[in-house]
Design a binder for this molecule. Structure first.
Ligand SMILES: C[S@@+](CC[C@H](N)C(=O)[O-])C[C@H]1O[C@@H](n2cnc3c(N)ncnc32)[C@H](O)[C@@H]1O
Length: 368
């Protein structure tokens, strides 16, 4: 059994923990900005392939007090790294420090690298480690003088699903789009409309959810090259994921005022294998008629982080409120970094939830 840690965007700990529990994984515990679970190599493969809201899957190698560089060095040197990293494995180090006596990330990286090299050099009786093999990215967190050391099993972050090489200026992270669709309780039965589709992230994630298609089937993961996780774990997890897919007819509508965004969304949906599930259209969200009688609107209108843009965004929220906001048969889930969104939209939300799009604090304004 291994201990795993899934970092996630702040605000998504609950949805991420729910996903892991639904996969049948054990010891799932949500913490601030991350979720823990335990399991074997098969669980690692399953989580990487199927998680929609987690950023990556880290395997925890150990945790210890480290208020000094000596303690950090000795703590890392005591870890049985040779059980995981072979002689030729590459083991770069990255991580972060928070509220700790050791606060220089580059210095901690250097110490951890040196300690890991000392441990592996001793285990392999080698003065020099070639580092010409598979990637075993070491990560560390140092929080209030407690270090935890991990191996990154994912490689590229999980939000890189492989369908969005092209995106508009302010794309939503795929993990956040999936969480919004989940929070809107969309499961593929109702109609869903994103009237500000940009590069198509929300409708594409909605289609993947409707089909119950694992988001990681189109990409690879670092741990696929690791000897201690059986190859079969990955092929079995992929086969199981494929067997859980549904085929159905979905009512997903994606529109945008910018023709480039519409064609980009279409192209990204094609890459994700869900173009047939989504209808695309060029339309102004403030004047477009609803595509169906009722359903759920999930959208990410422009935020306007700079002053002039912010005023433009506020004017847009007013216009939206008069049209979209007045569609009583459509539940609405609108993400915005505007703290006063409800005032401009002209409607008090049934509920607001604080979420982060990367580093930007936002609210998901929910109307039902
Ligand atoms: C923040 S981006 C959406 C990003 C999208 N969620 C993604 O992940 O790529 C906002 C989008 O709203 C579009 N937009 C701005 N005003 C609009 C309007 N009045 N009607 C429809 N789309 C509009 C922009 O063209 C842009 O693509």
């Amino acid at each position: 059994m291994y201990a795993f840690v899934v970092p996630c965007l702040f605000g998504l700990e609950g949805p991420c923990a729910d996903e892991l529990r639904r996969m049948g994984l054990e010891d799932v515990r949500a913490e601030n900005g991350r979720v823990r679970f335990s399991g074997d190599g098969a669980c690692c493969a399953k989580a990487n392939l199927r998680l929609r809201t987690g950023e990556r899957v880290l395997l925890s190698l150990g945790s210890f007090e480290a208020a000094t560089f000596d303690a950090l060095f000795e703590g890392v040197r005591a870890l049985p790294l040779e059980d995981y990293i072979p002689k030729g494995g590459q083991f770069p180090v990255k991580g972060y420090c928070l509220d700790s006596a050791l606060h220089s990330v580059p210095d901690c990286q250097r110490i951890i690298k040196k300690a890991a090299a000392t441990r592996l050099g001793g285990a392999y009786r080698a003065e020099w480690l070639p580092e010409d093999g598979a990637m075993y990215q070491l990560q560390f967190s140092l929080v209030r003088d407690r270090a935890e050391i991990y191996l990154d099993t994912s490689g590229a972050p999980l939000y890189k699903r492989g369908y969005r090489p092209g995106h508009v200026a302010a794309p939503l992270r795929e993990t956040l789009a999936a969480a919004m669709v989940g929070l809107a309780r969309y499961r593929g039965r109702d109609a869903l409309w994103d009237p500000f589709c940009g590069s198509g992230t929300i409708p594409i994630e909605a289609a993947l959810i409707a089909r119950n298609r694992a988001p990681g089937l189109n990409r690879t993961f670092a741990a696929q090259k690791w000897g201690f996780i059986p190859r079969a774990a990955w092929s079995d997890a992929a086969e199981e994921a494929r067997s859980l897919e549904y085929r159905g007819e979905y009512h997903i509508f994606a529109s945008d005022i910018d023709p480039r965004a519409v064609s980009l969304s279409r192209e990204n949906a094609r890459r994700a294998g869900v173009a047939g599930d989504i209808t695309f259209a060029l339309a102004d969200a403030c004047t477009a008629p609803a595509p169906w009688e009722r359903g759920v609107i999930v959208c990410n209108p422009p935020y306007g982080e700079r002053m002039g843009e912010r005023q433009e965004a506020q004017a847009l929220y007013r216009d939206m409120g008069r049209t979209l906001g007045a569609m009583a048969d459509w539940k609405q889930y609108v993400i915005s970094s505007e703290p006063d969104f409800e005032r401009y939209y002209g409607r008090k939300a049934a509920k607001r939830r604080k979420l982060y799009n990367g580093m930007i604090q936002c609210w998901l304004n929910m109307y039902w």
